[in-house]
Design a protein around this ligand. Structure first.
Ligand SMILES: [Zn+2]
Length: 292
């Protein structure tokens, strides 16, 4: 008989990319969320418990990389992210790297080094959908922004919730894919303030929080506003795209490989620039930008 317990599986290296923390629910329908760390542990878990359902909180490979271990299970994800889990090419299109000269090299690493395999999503999820596992009911909370189909998963009876990549880390929200969206991210954080939970799990970093996390959610959202301020200040003088990337306003310092740093730094900054331009706070001329 299943215990009905929820187990938090701490990711290697504190759940840092390319790992993430995962969840196992020992229930009549044994379920795993975001299997992307501790390969041996996860494969033993499947052998002993015959996992029937694997939920991916979104399409990022640091959340799906060990899907392949769960043969026979049904894979579930939000409808909007499902295509990017089923196909690496779609994944790259969502990310915005499909047209990049380094796309093939990325794909090779994902397939050969990470041993990632595409899986078919047998069950697409919608906001507020409930899944009964036996002793536990899961409730899907659609929280777009990081990706369009990003979800949090509430464990209704346990008054707990898995926040996935709304990870409350000091780095703050990440929206470095073509399909990511800052305003949706802020709305999703706001929505979480109204969730009543006693235990909060995240995919990266410390991973478990208890009690009232309103202050943590506010601090996390404030990173976005702080980035807005930093960008506006740097653009008090007209700057080019490459000067902006060189300043590493988001990451703080450059990392390797440089073409990937440049891509993700610009993807993040340019989303702020578009938003600030809409607010009438920045003006652009070609690849030159200045705050007003
Ligand atoms: Zn992610």
């Amino acid at each position: 008989m299943a215990s009905g317990e929820i187990f938090f599986i701490e990711g290697e290296n504190n759940g840092r990319f390319p790992h993430c923390n995962a969840i196992f629910i020992d229930d009549e329908l044994p379920t795993v969320i975001d299997p992307a760390t501790r390969e041996k542990y996860l494969s033993d878990l499947h052998r002993k418990n015959r996992i029937r359902l694997v939920i991916n909180s979104h399409y990022h490979i640091d959340h799906t990389r060990y899907n392949r271990l769960f043969r026979g299970a049904t894979f579930a994800a939000h409808r909007l992210d499902a295509p990017a889990i089923e196909s690496l090419d779609e994944n790259a299109k969502y990310a915005g790297i499909y047209e990049k000269p380094w796309f093939e090299a990325w794909k090779k690493v994902v397939k050969e080094v990470w041993k990632h395999e595409e899986v078919e999503i047998g069950r697409t999820l919608e906001d507020l959908e409930e899944i009964c596992l036996g002793q536990n009911t899961l409730r899907i909370i659609h929280t777009p922004g990081h990706t369009p189909g990003h979800i949090c998963v509430e464990f209704v009876e346990k008054k707990a919730i898995y926040l996935a990549d709304i990870d409350l880390t000091r780095f703050g929200p990440w929206y470095g894919n073509a399909v990511s969206d800052i305003d949706s991210f802020l709305s999703s954080i706001e929505r979480l303030r109204h969730i009543k939970a006693e235990t909060w799990y995240t995919a990266h970093g410390a991973g478990i929080f208890s009690g009232d996390i309103t202050g943590k959610l506010e601090a996390y959202a404030s990173v976005i506003h702080e980035r807005d301020r930093r960008i506006l200040e740097f653009l008090s003088k007209e700057r080019t795209k490459s000067e902006i990337i060189d300043k590493a306003l988001i990451y703080g310092k450059k990392w390797n490989p440089p073409q990937m740093f440049d891509f993700f730094e610009w993807m993040m900054v340019s989303k702020h620039i578009q938003r600030l331009e809409k607010m009438g706070l920045i003006m652009s001329k070609g690849d030159r930008y200045v705050s007003l």
